[in-house]
Design a protein around this ligand. Structure first.
Ligand SMILES: C[S@@+](CC[C@H](N)C(=O)[O-])C[C@H]1O[C@@H](n2cnc3c(N)ncnc32)[C@H](O)[C@@H]1O
Length: 341
């Protein structure tokens, strides 16, 4: 499907401009509802504005437009004088839900302050590029979403079933969602997890909470320089877009070199189409990299697939394990188990 935003046969429609303003105000309405705990209050049974106000400390008449705004996007339902969660908000915006995106909504755009100075950033780069302390909060926020993507990827690849694995190498592990899902898919596997020293503690807490601490080894350090052990599955998830494409190419080369014969390289990211104009989520994620990193850019799917093939990997393909998530998969030729390490 080709998007032709702005093209129309009729007179110009201001709807697209209002849509831009709506995007801004709707975002902040949902952030406020999340911070106030409105979705949790609804999940706990509050339904009238008075009950929601009492549960959150808000004023009913001020809270109502926030709820009504969320309703315009299908995130809340309203019947009589009762408000209720919609299926989407019950699944993705209640913090106790296993698929919660409640923290992701706040963290995924990067530091909010960066957006108000975007025009200066486009000229001279970000005033305050994100560093390890931002990563530590980001990866906790995105962990549940990535765990779901990783579990679906493991299932799609038959890991633990038709494909048995001994060793996972998870580079830039974050809160270790990819290592966790792969270890849970194959109970015989162990994982080596890498991240910056300031972030490794987040992963250690996350795997301990899932009972996987005894199956993980730790490799703190810069992924571009730490010595990497070989593995049956090497994962590079949501890392490569954070630095320059030259850096991404070099890290990809190191990751590919760690894949054992018969093993897999998985590269998860929000990849651009060849024309750089879609998919929309990837365009926006590339913009987020411009806003908050010095050199990060969304990468083009076909280009990264070419890098993988250039490292001697075969059967390079893209899968969509869950909506909005894409994983490039490739295999190192040779019999599984024919190499040590
Ligand atoms: C967007 S998060 C992705 C985390 C995880 N792979 C996931 O999919 O949820 C990016 C991660 O890369 C880590 N990172 C950034 N630069 C790194 C580097 N040079 N070496 C190792 N890790 C790095 C960050 O600390 C962060 O945990």
């Amino acid at each position: 499907v080709t998007e032709t935003a702005g093209a129309s046969d009729g007179p110009p429609d201001p709807g697209a401009v209002w849509g831009v303003v709506d995007g801004f105000t709707t975002y902040w309405a949902v952030v406020a509802l999340l911070r106030l705990g409105v979705f949790e209050a609804l999940a706990a049974g509050a339904s009238t504005l008075a009950a929601l106000a009492a549960a959150t400390g808000a004023t009913p008449d001020r809270l109502e437009p926030l709820c009504a705004t969320a309703r315009t996007r299908g995130l809340l339902q309203h019947d009589g004088d009762r408000w209720a969660l919609a299926p989407t908000s019950a699944t993705f915006l209640v913090r106790s839900s296993p698929a919660s995106m409640a923290e992701l909504v706040e963290r995924s755009p990067g530091p909010h302050a960066a957006w108000a100075t975007l025009e200066r950033t486009v000229v001279s780069g970000p005033a305050d590029p994100v560093g390890p302390s931002f990563h530590a909060t980001l990866v906790e926020a995105t962990g549940p979403t990535q765990l779901a993507a990783a579990a679906a990827t493991a299932a799609a690849l038959g890991i633990g079933g038709t494909r048995r694995i001994d060793h996972v190498l998870d580079l830039a592990t974050g809160a270790a969602p990819w290592a966790s899902a792969l270890l849970e898919a194959d109970p015989n596997a162990v994982a080596t997890c890498n991240d910056l020293p300031e972030v490794v503690g987040v992963a250690q807490r996350a795997v301990a909470a899932r009972g996987l601490a005894g199956r993980c080894r730790w490799l703190p350090g810069d992924v571009a320089h730490v010595p990497l052990p070989s593995a049956d599955v090497v994962v590079v998830a949501h890392l490569l877009r954070a630095e320059s494409p030259t850096w991404a190419r070099a890290v990809l080369r190191r990751a590919a070199a760690a894949v054992r014969p018969g093993g897999l390289l998985l590269v998860a990211d929000y990849f651009l189409d060849d024309d750089h104009l879609g998919p929309p989520v990837s365009v926006r994620m590339g913009l987020t990299m411009v806003a908050s990193t010095a050199e990060g850019r969304a990468l083009v799917r076909s280009e990264v697939q070419g890098w993988m093939a250039g490292e001697g990997l075969v059967d390079v393909r893209a899968i969509r394990p869950v909506p909005f998530q894409e994983v490039l998969v490739a295999e190192r030729p040779g019999a599984a188990g024919s190499s040590g390490g």
